[in-house]
Design a protein. Structure first.
Length: 187
Protein backbone atom coordinates (compact mmCIF):
# COMPACT_ATOMS: atom_id res chain seq x y z
CA UNK A 1 0.00 0.00 0.00
CA UNK A 2 1.32 3.46 -0.91
CA UNK A 3 1.16 5.86 2.05
CA UNK A 4 1.15 9.53 1.05
CA UNK A 5 1.98 12.20 3.61
CA UNK A 6 -1.71 13.14 3.71
CA UNK A 7 -2.78 9.53 4.45
CA UNK A 8 -0.18 9.21 7.22
CA UNK A 9 -1.33 12.48 8.83
CA UNK A 10 -5.00 11.50 8.54
CA UNK A 11 -4.33 8.08 10.09
CA UNK A 12 -2.35 9.72 12.89
CA UNK A 13 -5.18 12.15 13.55
CA UNK A 14 -7.72 9.31 13.76
CA UNK A 15 -5.45 7.39 16.13
CA UNK A 16 -4.93 10.44 18.38
CA UNK A 17 -8.68 11.06 18.46
CA UNK A 18 -9.37 7.46 19.42
CA UNK A 19 -6.78 7.64 22.22
CA UNK A 20 -8.32 10.86 23.57
CA UNK A 21 -11.81 9.32 23.56
CA UNK A 22 -10.46 6.28 25.43
CA UNK A 23 -8.74 8.48 28.00
CA UNK A 24 -11.89 10.52 28.56
CA UNK A 25 -14.05 7.40 28.85
CA UNK A 26 -11.69 5.92 31.45
CA UNK A 27 -11.65 9.15 33.42
CA UNK A 28 -15.44 9.36 33.33
CA UNK A 29 -15.71 5.79 34.63
CA UNK A 30 -13.30 6.56 37.51
CA UNK A 31 -15.24 9.71 38.40
CA UNK A 32 -18.54 7.79 38.33
CA UNK A 33 -17.14 5.05 40.61
CA UNK A 34 -15.80 7.44 43.22
CA UNK A 35 -18.37 8.24 45.88
CA UNK A 36 -17.83 11.87 46.84
CA UNK A 37 -17.86 12.88 50.46
CA UNK A 38 -20.04 15.83 51.48
CA UNK A 39 -18.32 19.10 50.58
CA UNK A 40 -15.92 17.34 48.23
CA UNK A 41 -15.58 17.91 44.50
CA UNK A 42 -13.70 15.90 41.86
CA UNK A 43 -12.89 16.97 38.30
CA UNK A 44 -11.13 15.47 35.30
CA UNK A 45 -9.12 17.78 33.03
CA UNK A 46 -7.40 16.70 29.81
CA UNK A 47 -5.13 19.33 28.22
CA UNK A 48 -5.46 18.95 24.44
CA UNK A 49 -2.11 20.67 23.76
CA UNK A 50 0.07 18.62 26.11
CA UNK A 51 0.16 14.98 27.21
CA UNK A 52 -1.22 16.09 30.61
CA UNK A 53 -4.43 14.87 32.21
CA UNK A 54 -5.65 15.04 35.76
CA UNK A 55 -8.36 13.25 37.73
CA UNK A 56 -8.35 15.12 41.03
CA UNK A 57 -10.38 16.01 44.08
CA UNK A 58 -10.02 19.81 44.01
CA UNK A 59 -12.21 20.43 47.06
CA UNK A 60 -12.19 18.33 50.23
CA UNK A 61 -14.72 19.07 52.91
CA UNK A 62 -15.21 22.59 51.55
CA UNK A 63 -11.45 23.30 51.49
CA UNK A 64 -9.24 23.64 48.40
CA UNK A 65 -6.08 21.60 49.08
CA UNK A 66 -2.95 23.48 47.97
CA UNK A 67 -1.49 20.34 46.33
CA UNK A 68 -4.63 19.93 44.19
CA UNK A 69 -4.63 23.60 43.18
CA UNK A 70 -0.92 23.37 42.31
CA UNK A 71 -1.53 20.33 40.09
CA UNK A 72 -4.41 22.10 38.33
CA UNK A 73 -2.28 25.22 37.90
CA UNK A 74 0.44 23.14 36.24
CA UNK A 75 -2.01 21.41 33.90
CA UNK A 76 -3.66 24.72 32.89
CA UNK A 77 -0.33 26.47 32.28
CA UNK A 78 0.30 28.50 29.13
CA UNK A 79 1.48 25.63 26.94
CA UNK A 80 3.26 28.04 24.59
CA UNK A 81 5.53 29.56 27.25
CA UNK A 82 5.29 27.15 30.18
CA UNK A 83 4.25 30.02 32.49
CA UNK A 84 1.83 29.22 35.30
CA UNK A 85 -0.66 31.29 37.28
CA UNK A 86 -2.97 30.53 40.19
CA UNK A 87 -6.38 29.32 39.02
CA UNK A 88 -9.49 30.80 40.62
CA UNK A 89 -11.19 28.03 42.65
CA UNK A 90 -14.53 29.60 41.66
CA UNK A 91 -13.70 28.62 38.05
CA UNK A 92 -13.32 24.99 39.14
CA UNK A 93 -16.64 25.19 40.99
CA UNK A 94 -18.24 26.66 37.86
CA UNK A 95 -16.96 23.75 35.76
CA UNK A 96 -18.15 21.22 38.33
CA UNK A 97 -21.59 22.81 38.63
CA UNK A 98 -22.19 23.17 34.89
CA UNK A 99 -21.32 19.49 34.38
CA UNK A 100 -23.77 18.52 37.12
CA UNK A 101 -26.42 20.78 35.51
CA UNK A 102 -25.82 18.88 32.26
CA UNK A 103 -26.26 15.59 34.12
CA UNK A 104 -22.75 14.24 33.47
CA UNK A 105 -19.51 13.78 35.34
CA UNK A 106 -17.13 16.76 35.20
CA UNK A 107 -14.75 15.42 32.53
CA UNK A 108 -13.38 18.32 30.47
CA UNK A 109 -11.10 18.65 27.45
CA UNK A 110 -9.17 21.90 27.87
CA UNK A 111 -8.41 24.02 24.84
CA UNK A 112 -7.05 26.99 26.79
CA UNK A 113 -6.53 27.72 30.47
CA UNK A 114 -4.09 30.33 31.73
CA UNK A 115 -2.53 32.60 29.11
CA UNK A 116 0.54 34.75 29.66
CA UNK A 117 0.32 38.40 28.62
CA UNK A 118 2.71 37.65 25.74
CA UNK A 119 0.56 34.77 24.44
CA UNK A 120 -2.62 36.77 24.84
CA UNK A 121 -1.14 39.70 22.89
CA UNK A 122 -0.04 37.37 20.08
CA UNK A 123 -3.53 35.81 19.90
CA UNK A 124 -5.18 39.24 20.02
CA UNK A 125 -3.09 40.36 17.04
CA UNK A 126 -4.29 37.29 15.09
CA UNK A 127 -7.97 37.42 16.08
CA UNK A 128 -10.46 40.13 16.97
CA UNK A 129 -12.14 37.57 19.26
CA UNK A 130 -9.32 37.73 21.85
CA UNK A 131 -9.68 40.50 24.44
CA UNK A 132 -6.64 42.53 25.45
CA UNK A 133 -7.90 42.20 29.05
CA UNK A 134 -8.74 38.50 28.88
CA UNK A 135 -9.56 36.78 32.15
CA UNK A 136 -7.38 33.91 30.91
CA UNK A 137 -4.44 36.10 32.03
CA UNK A 138 -5.81 36.09 35.60
CA UNK A 139 -6.51 32.35 35.84
CA UNK A 140 -10.24 33.13 35.78
CA UNK A 141 -11.18 31.76 32.32
CA UNK A 142 -11.07 28.47 30.47
CA UNK A 143 -12.04 27.18 27.02
CA UNK A 144 -13.43 23.65 27.19
CA UNK A 145 -15.48 20.79 25.84
CA UNK A 146 -17.44 18.56 28.21
CA UNK A 147 -17.41 14.79 27.62
CA UNK A 148 -20.73 13.44 26.29
CA UNK A 149 -22.24 16.94 25.96
CA UNK A 150 -22.61 18.94 22.76
CA UNK A 151 -20.95 22.35 23.09
CA UNK A 152 -24.22 24.13 22.24
CA UNK A 153 -25.87 22.30 25.15
CA UNK A 154 -22.93 23.08 27.45
CA UNK A 155 -23.23 26.79 26.60
CA UNK A 156 -27.00 26.66 27.22
CA UNK A 157 -26.51 25.07 30.66
CA UNK A 158 -23.91 27.69 31.58
CA UNK A 159 -26.17 30.51 30.37
CA UNK A 160 -28.95 29.18 32.57
CA UNK A 161 -26.68 29.54 35.59
CA UNK A 162 -26.11 33.28 34.89
CA UNK A 163 -22.83 32.99 36.73
CA UNK A 164 -20.02 34.42 34.62
CA UNK A 165 -18.92 34.87 31.04
CA UNK A 166 -20.16 32.33 28.52
CA UNK A 167 -18.83 32.35 24.97
CA UNK A 168 -19.92 29.72 22.48
CA UNK A 169 -17.57 29.12 19.54
CA UNK A 170 -19.56 26.86 17.22
CA UNK A 171 -17.01 26.79 14.39
CA UNK A 172 -14.15 25.76 16.70
CA UNK A 173 -16.47 23.64 18.88
CA UNK A 174 -15.69 24.90 22.37
CA UNK A 175 -17.19 26.97 25.17
CA UNK A 176 -15.44 29.76 27.06
CA UNK A 177 -16.36 30.04 30.74
CA UNK A 178 -15.07 32.65 33.17
CA UNK A 179 -15.70 34.04 36.64
CA UNK A 180 -16.23 37.62 35.52
CA UNK A 181 -19.58 39.36 35.42
CA UNK A 182 -22.41 37.57 33.63
CA UNK A 183 -22.31 38.20 29.87
CA UNK A 184 -22.56 36.13 26.74
CA UNK A 185 -21.32 36.07 23.16
CA UNK A 186 -20.81 33.84 20.15
CA UNK A 187 -17.53 33.48 18.34
Amino acid sequence: MNWSRRRVLAAGGRLAGACAVGLLAGAAARAARSAERPGSRRIVLVNLHTPDSLDIEFCRGGVYPPDALAAIQALLRDYRTGEQHAIDPALLEYLYDVAKAAGVDPVFSVISGYRSARTNQMLHERSSGVSTRSLHMEGRAIDVRLARVDCADLAEKALGMERGGVGYYRQSDFVHLDTGRFRTWRG
